[in-house]
Design a protein around this ligand. Structure first.
Ligand code: ADP
Length: 219
C-alpha cells in the first residue's frame, strides 16, 4: 500500500480551508477531517460532548487539547482514514501539532498547506458568511438562499454561525495569530510547508495546491 496522504491545511478563519478540503478530498479520495465540523455536529445532535462544548464554540474560544486530540484519534481509527486525510482546524497550537506527530509518526504529515489571506479579506468573508444548518453549504449574505433563509440544495435553514458575529470573529483571529501561526515555523523547519495565495478564485487555489502536491510526488 502506498504511504498514507495526511495533509494539514492551515490558514486564518475565512481563508477557504473548508472549501479547498472538500475539493481535495474528492481529488485524492481521502476524507476531510474538520474538528470544527465534528464539534458542531456533536452540538447539533445534543450528545454529551455537544453539551460540554456548545458555549465554548459560540464564544469563538478553543475547546481543550485533550478533547480534540481524542476526537482526532478516534476519527483516524475509522477505515476511511487509513489512506490519509485532510486535516482542517487541527492542529491549532503546538501541543496539538506535537500530539499529531505522536499519532502519525514523525513523517506522518506529508505536507502542510498554508492558505494565505490578508486579515481584512478573512474578516470580510466571515462577516458575510451564511451556512445551511442541515447540509453545511456555505453562502454569501447576498445570495438568494441567504436572503430567503432557505437552502437551494436541501431546503434546510440558512443561518449565520454564532461565531461569525463581530466579537467572536475578532477573538478567533487573535487566537489564530497567537496560537496557530507559530505552526507555520513548526512545519517550515521540517521542510514540509507550502504557502498558497488564498486570495484567488477557488479553482485557482485548488490548482496551486495540486501543483504543490504533484511537485513533491506525494500522490
Ligand atoms: P474556525 O477555524 O473558522 O474558527 P472551525 O470550524 O475550524 O472554525 O472551528 C470552530 C470552533 O471549534 C473553534 O472556534 C473551536 O471552538 C472549536 N475547535 C475546532 N478545532 C479545534 C481545535 N483543534 N482545538 C480546539 N478547538 C477547536
Amino acid at each position: 500500500m502506498s504511504t498514507p496522504l495526511y495533509l494539514v491545511v492551515l490558514g486564518k478563519q475565512g481563508a477557504g480551508k473548508g472549501t479547498q478540503c472538500d475539493r481535495l478530498a474528492v481529488l485524492y479520495s481521502i476524507p476531510h477531517v474538520s474538528t470544527g465540523d465534528m464539534l458542531r455536529a456533536a452540538v447539533k445532535a445534543e450528545t454529551p460532548l455537544g453539551h460540554e462544548v456548545a458555549s465554548i464554540l459560540n464564544a469563538g474560544a478553543l475547546v481543550s487539547d485533550e478533547l480534540v486530540i481524542r476526537l482526532v484519534e478516534e476519527r483516524f481509527a475509522a477505515p476511511d482514514a487509513a489512506g490519509g486525510a485532510l486535516l482542517d482546524g487541527f492542529p491549532r497550537n503546538l501541543a496539538q501539532a506535537e500530539a499529531l506527530q505522536v499519532l502519525l509518526g514523525e513523517n506522518g504529515v506529508r505536507l502542510c498547506i498554508n492558505l494565505d489571506v490578508p486579515i481584512e479579506l478573512a474578516t470580510a468573508r466571515l462577516s458575510s458568511r451564511r451556512v445551511c444548518e442541515n447540509c453545511g453549504t456555505i453562502y454569501r449574505d447576498t445570495d438568494p438562499s441567504a436572503l430567503s433563509g432557505v437552502c437551494a440544495k436541501c431546503g434546510g435553514h440558512v443561518v449565520q454561525r454564532a461565531d461569525d458575529r463581530p466579537e467572536a470573529i475578532r477573538r478567533r483571529l487573535e487566537t489564530y495569530e497567537r496560537d496557530t501561526a507559530p505552526l507555520l515555523d513548526f512545519y517550515r523547519s521540517r521542510g514540509i510547508l507550502v504557502t498558497v495565495n488564498g486570495d484567488q478564485t477557488p479553482d485557482a487555489v485548488t490548482a496551486d495546491i495540486e501543483s504543490a502536491i504533484g511537485a513533491r510526488d506525494l500522490a
